[in-house]
Ligand binder design. Sequence first.
Ligand SMILES: NC(=O)c1ccc[n+]([C@@H]2O[C@H](COP(=O)([O-])OP(=O)(O)OC[C@H]3O[C@@H](n4cnc5c(N)ncnc54)[C@H](OP(=O)(O)O)[C@@H]3O)[C@@H](O)[C@H]2O)c1
Length: 290
Amino acid sequence: MLVTGATGQVGAPVAERLVEVAEVWAVARFSDPAARERLERVGVRCVVGDLESGDFDNVPADVDYVLDFAVAKTNDFDRDLRANGEGLGLLMQRCAAARAFLHCSSTAVYQPDGHRAFVETDPLGDNHRPFGFMPTYSIAKISAEVVARFAARAYELPTTIARLSVPYGDDFGWPRFHLAMIEAGKPIPVHPNAPSVYNPIHVDDIVRSIPALLGAATVPATIVNWAGNDQVSIEEWCAHLAAVAGRTAQFAPTAHTIESVACDVTKFIDIAGPNQVHWRDGLTRMATRR
Ligand SMILES: NC(=O)c1ccc[n+]([C@@H]2O[C@H](COP(=O)([O-])OP(=O)(O)OC[C@H]3O[C@@H](n4cnc5c(N)ncnc54)[C@H](OP(=O)(O)O)[C@@H]3O)[C@@H](O)[C@H]2O)c1
């Protein structure tokens, strides 16, 4: 099994857990050597690959499954389209003999529309633009989906494009960032069209659902939201985190942040079954461990 982006927030815990059940090859540039050491210590085999240059010479071409968690966020449109679009296509070409390819996309591809719970066929748009500091993100993720759709058909490579909502674990994710802000007494940006609603999904459920998502891979690609059972607002999860941490959450409404991106999870639950970690339990664990 090949895991790209295996040094990242989501890819690292996934690669580290899957090594218990599969031979795992990690691909990244390993810009942080300590991240490579952590993976190798638990038995993950690391090879350097670069989406931007398209250099995948070290990547084994005969893997059975690919989990694609790599994402380039340089904020330069040319570089990010080259890496997330062209690079993805070249990786799929190299791994065209795989049984299934899981491309991790994002619910950042949806056109904001108030509190609508997005289904997979809903309109796409530049959802992260108002956020300011990730100007290329939504467009690069949409572009990557197009390339994955093309490559699935061109190489007859069964593919699932799974649009991840808000991933989190004990020590990573947007809620983890909010917890640090609460502890520092900083107000948390929320959209004025309150509340700011998402479907956070715990890393346990991300890992649990991977075999089913690989099993759902098809040509043309299957597209599915990858998200928690419940629609939860930032306001709600921050109040919960603050209560566990014995603090108070403060909010700063601003249009310069992401609007709600709630998801319809009917298709995901049909594929992978309901998620097991309730958001309150997952966040309690996070705040308690911290
Ligand atoms: N985190 C979230 O809240 C969130 C929400 C929704 C969806 N997602 C999606 O989940 C996936 C994982 O996101 P993440 O937050 O874990 O990302 P991340 O922490 O930013 O990690 C990005 C990964 O991609 C690798 N990478 C970056 N540029 C590369 C390049 N040119 N060539 C090869 N590898 C490269 C990085 O490793 P090196 O720097 O060592 O190469 C790293 O392993 C992405 O598809 C993302 O869009 C994330």
